[in-house]
Design a protein around this ligand. Structure first.
Ligand SMILES: Nc1ncnc2c1ncn2[C@@H]1O[C@H](COP(=O)(O)OP(=O)(O)OP(=O)(O)O)[C@@H](O)[C@H]1O
Ligand SMILES: [Mg+2]
Length: 247
């Protein structure tokens, strides 16, 4: 069985839409296939979808489906906001006050239910959750090591290193990087050379490159051949837990 030396990991990205949900779901599925009891969490969703008067998080639904998790959606996603904006702005427009205690209470409950909790952020590390509390502050507060999702094309070295080095600057343990959405037919020099450069200049292992998969779609909860492909493309054994005990 794969070793899990922390009670969870936090999946962030170099940007919004970079593939955090797809990668977090894939990681959840891979750990489950190795016999780990996995939970998932999306603390704050903005751009929530309204269906029949009910607001729900597409990310939370995809994560639960990919990781095979049956937990209460309200626990997995404590805050779901409709405006597609940063959480602080979406909350303000919606007249919602984000209470960090609600997030940490749900987090503690989920970590008590599972061996490993995979938490997906929103946007990137410096997205405000409230006016003076950023996503990076939540990573620190939860005491989780970080996995960074980056895109494959030109510009990714800068974005990946900005995210990884800032996390390291804050004392956050960075345990792996995933390149997501690789298209062989479009791959040029940057796609082929960036992963090794990101790995060398961050000191963080690239645990794999996940290809673009037309069968996968978060908004319609389609897993397609994600799990099978992730099994070939991502190596969770490469995650560098170091001496982290997860706090
Ligand atoms: N490897 C992939 N193959 C095919 N489609 C993908 C892949 N990765 C992501 N997508 C698609 O790209 C879109 C963005 O991906 P995803 O929702 O995972 O990004 P995100 O970083 O979680 O975004 P957000 O910041 O909104 O949470 C989704 O429609 C998803 O289905
Ligand atoms: Mg997402």
């Amino acid at each position: 069985m794969v070793s899990v030396q922390a009670r969870g990991l936090f999946v962030t990205g170099t940007d919004t839409g970079v593939g955090k949900t797809v990668v977090a779901g894939a990681l959840g599925a891979l750990f489950r296939l190795r016999g780990v009891d996995v939970g998932v969490m999306k603390p704050v969703q903005s751009g929530g979808v309204r269906e029949g008067g009910h607001l729900f998080s597409e990310d939370s639904r995809f994560l639960r489906k990919a990781a095979g998790v049956d937990d209460d959606p309200a626990l997995v996603n404590p805050y779901c906001l409709e405006p597609p904006a940063s959480p602080n702005v979406a909350a303000s427009i919606s007249g919602v006050q984000i209470d960090l205690n609600v997030i940490t209470t749900a987090f503690q409950k989920l970590t008590s239910l599972h061996e490993l909790l995979i938490v997906e952020g929103a946007g990137g590390l410096l997205v405000p959750i409230t006016d003076d509390f950023l996503m990076a502050d939540l990573v620190v507060a939860l005491g989780l090591p970080l996995v960074v999702v980056a895109r494959p094309n030109l510009g990714t070295i800068n974005h990946a290193l900005l995210t990884l080095r800032y996390a390291q600057h804050l004392g956050i343990k960075t345990i792996g990087t995933v390149i997501n959405g690789y298209r062989e037919e479009e791959a040029g020099i940057p796609e082929k050379t960036s992963p090794a450069i990101i790995e060398r200049l961050s000191g963080v292992p690239i645990i794999g490159t996940l290809p673009y998969l037309s069968s996968v779609d978060v908004s319609s909860a389609r897993l397609g051949d994600l799990i099978e492909t992730a099994g070939r493309s991502l190596d969770i054994e490469k995650l560098d837990w170091g001496d982290s005990d997860g706090g």
